[in-house]
Design a protein around this ligand. Structure first.
Ligand SMILES: Nc1ncnc2c1ncn2[C@@H]1O[C@H](COP(=O)(O)OS(=O)(=O)O)[C@@H](OP(=O)(O)O)[C@H]1O
Length: 296
């Protein structure tokens, strides 16, 4: 029953799951033909992997008005989702450089990106923390008629029947097709460990030169505590009938290793096994705990 409640929120299209009532197969299919500009930046993530954090960083890097607080633009408007265009933004009339967000797999992206037009920033997070964050997100998701327990959620997540599909397929797909795109890979964990280096990497990738003072402002405004209370960044602007943040916060804990407080030994072993089967051959390393010195 609880499994059914979760599955009722999504629909499957071309091998991956989307939020019901928020996207249609026609819109998703049309994205392939979207015209891409050289200066476009597509932020791609599996859900709960650092999307809104990176949206904030990119908004700060690309817009002086965002850094000095003179503009009044929500990050969802600045970096609209291409598959969930809830504010009906007219993508073609947006000034450059345009910024877009998406949770889509590589094979549904605009075709022009394959010709190395535009830039892709792919941020991924270890699958255990992404799962725990996702579980808490579902508690706030207003379309879910009653709370789902963690055991059920972990089951559904590991089978990939959640928004965005399987974490394992998403990461594998993007990682093994990276040569097809002009792409920068980042991890949530490296952002946590050394945000300055990540911000410098992003600046280089998007070809923006900022002085030290501007970099410091980006770092300061992208901290967890600053973002938690920044109405342009914390997604409090989402309608309550979509996400009810009185039941939790989008900016919840913002750390590495919270999975240890939630997952049972059996769940952890099961996830490790799936990881080994699906990604064991790839040279990907993660920090699984905030105190780890080197990724494993
Ligand atoms: N500034 C900053 N620092 C550290 N962590 C941050 C920050 N901003 C967002 N977050 C954490 O990112 C998690 C939400 O992921 P997403 O933004 O990808 O969610 S979504 O896919 O767009 O729904 C969610 O993780 P959890 O706290 O583990 O739930 C957020 O807290």
């Amino acid at each position: 029953m609880a499994h059914q409640a979760l599955e009722a929120l999504i629909f499957k299209h071309k091998g991956v799951y989307f939020m019901k009532d928020m996207a249609t197969p026609e819109v998703i299919d049309s994205i392939e033909h979207m015209e891409v500009r050289e200066s476009d930046v597509f932020l791609v993530t599996y859900p709960k992997s650092g999307t809104i954090w990176t949206q904030q960083i990119l908004s700060l890097i690309l817009n002086e008005g965002h850094r000095n607080g003179t503009e009044n633009i929500d990050n969802i408007e600045r970096a609209p989702w291409i598959e969930y265009n809830i504010r009906n933004a007219d993508f073609s009339s947006r000034p450059s450089p345009r910024l877009f967000s998406t949770h889509m797999p590589y094979y549904l992206m605009p075709r022009d990106l394959r010709f190395k037009m535009g830039k892709v920033i792919y941020v991924f997070r270890n699958p255990k923390d992404a799962m725990v964050s996702f579980y808490h997100f579902y508690q706030m998701y207003s379309k879910l008629s009653y709370p789902v327990d963690f055991e059920t959620f972990a089951d559904v997540y590991m089978s990939g029947k959640v928004i965005g599909g399987s974490w394992f397929d998403h990461v594998r797909g993007w990682y093994t097709h990276k040569e097809d795109f002009n792409i920068l890979f980042l991890t949530y964990e490296e952002m946590k460990k050394d945000l300055r280096s990540v911000v410098l990497k992003i600046c280089k990738f998007v070809d923006i030169k900022l002085d030290e003072k501007a970099i410091d402002i980006v770092l300061e405004r992208a901290t967890f505590n600053k973002m938690k209370y920044d109405p342009h960044a914390n997604y409090s602007f989402l309608p309550k009938d979509l996400l009810d943040q009185s039941r939790g916060n989008f900016l919840r804990k913002g750390t590495i290793g919270d999975w240890k407080n939630m997952m049972t030994v059996a769940q952890n072993e099961k996830l490790n096994q799936i990881y080994k089967e699906k990604l064991g051959d790839l040279p990907i390393k993660f920090f699984w705990d905030i105190n780890e010195e080197t990724a494993s």
